[in-house]
Ligand binder design. Structure first.
Ligand SMILES: [Zn+2]
Length: 303
């Protein structure tokens, strides 16, 4: 079963999926977020043309990676789902820095996990909408004590609920440190996604982690020339890691406050530009289907 903003679906309903995008964010900081600071309808109206273009290009599911402290609003996602005819999947968890509420820094690991497990069990902010995965973020380098606590809380939430973890992680050394914590906590490694694994150049490190069973999420497609991502993808496929790969673009998004929807990166180019390039460069259709349909269904499915 997979939880979406419109309720549960079965994994075979998921279809072509982008694993890490954003409809909106609010950078005010977790302690200063207020839903009165923006107009839901204005956000939906601003983002809908981009979402309709994406749906028209062949996308069926939009995984929204904005967590609570960064401006998650599940009612915005629900409205987007109703109007775009795509599934939207939201998350529990948190980001880092000022996106972590001050009060959370004084809480124990299990107290944090309890909050996230409650969102899974009861739904988010009395909407009844349940998260489909857990978002956390690690520092760029050695993981700070605060973020280690967040990571362990995410892992314990996953152990209780079965949801996969998208962990924002840039550097291989950070991923290796996280892997030690995963092992200590006894998390099945197929519940862990090295999110933004493509935002660094160390492909042997990606192979090393992929071989251990960690999901490698290549989710910044379009930020560097397509050719670079194509080469990375072909190398990882040739290394036998097709079963570990997830794709997305980390695009969007409406920023609450002065930017609003002024600088939105469109979502549909993944389908209209990148996938045709994959096909033209010799990646077989079956593998493209596995990367965009089968693997997302495997990682998002909750037993
Ligand atoms: Zn992101």
């Amino acid at each position: 079963m997979i939880h979406t903003a419109l309720g549960p679906i079965s994994p075979d309903q998921l279809g072509r999926t982008l694993m890490h995008e954003h409809v909106m964010t609010d950078y005010s900081g977790a302690d200063f977020l207020h839903k009165e600071h923006y107009d839901r309808q204005e956000i939906v109206d601003t983002m809908l043309p981009y979402l309709l273009e994406l749906s028209k290009a062949g996308c069926n599911t939009f995984v929204d990676a904005t967590p609570a402290g960064s401006g998650r609003d599940v009612l915005v996602l629900k409205e987007c789902a109703l109007q775009s005819k795509m599934y939207f999947i939201t998350c529990t968890g948190t980001f880092k820095a000022n996106a972590v509420p001050t009060i959370m820094r004084t809480m124990e690991i299990d107290q944090i996990a309890e909050l996230w497990i409650a969102e899974f069990a009861e739904g988010i902010e009395s909407t009844g909408i349940r998260p489909g995965f857990i978002k956390v973020a690690l520092d760029d380098g050695a993981i700070s004590d605060d973020q280690k606590k967040i990571l362990r809380a995410g892992i314990r939430t996953s152990l209780k609920t079965g949801m996969a973890i998208q962990a924002h992680t840039i550097l291989p050394q950070t991923m290796r440190e996280a892997y030690t914590i995963i092992t200590e906590e006894g998390l099945p490694v197929d519940r862990y996604i090295w999110t933004h694994s493509d935002c660094q150049q160390d492909i042997p490190a990606m192979i090393e982690m992929g071989r251990k069973g960690v999901w490698l999420q290549i989710d910044s497609i379009g930020y560097i020339p397509y050719e670079n991502h194509l080469q990375m993808l072909k190398t990882l496929i040739a290394e036998g890691l097709t079963d570990q790969l997830l794709l997305s673009q980390d695009r969007g998004w409406y920023v609450v406050g002065k930017d609003k929807g002024k600088y939105v990166n469109p979502y549909h180019l993944f389908f209209t530009e990148f996938l045709p390039l994959c096909k033209a460069s010799g990646i077989p259709d079956e593998i493209i289907t596995q990367l965009t349909v089968t693997n997302p269904a495997r990682v998002l499915n909750i037993e």
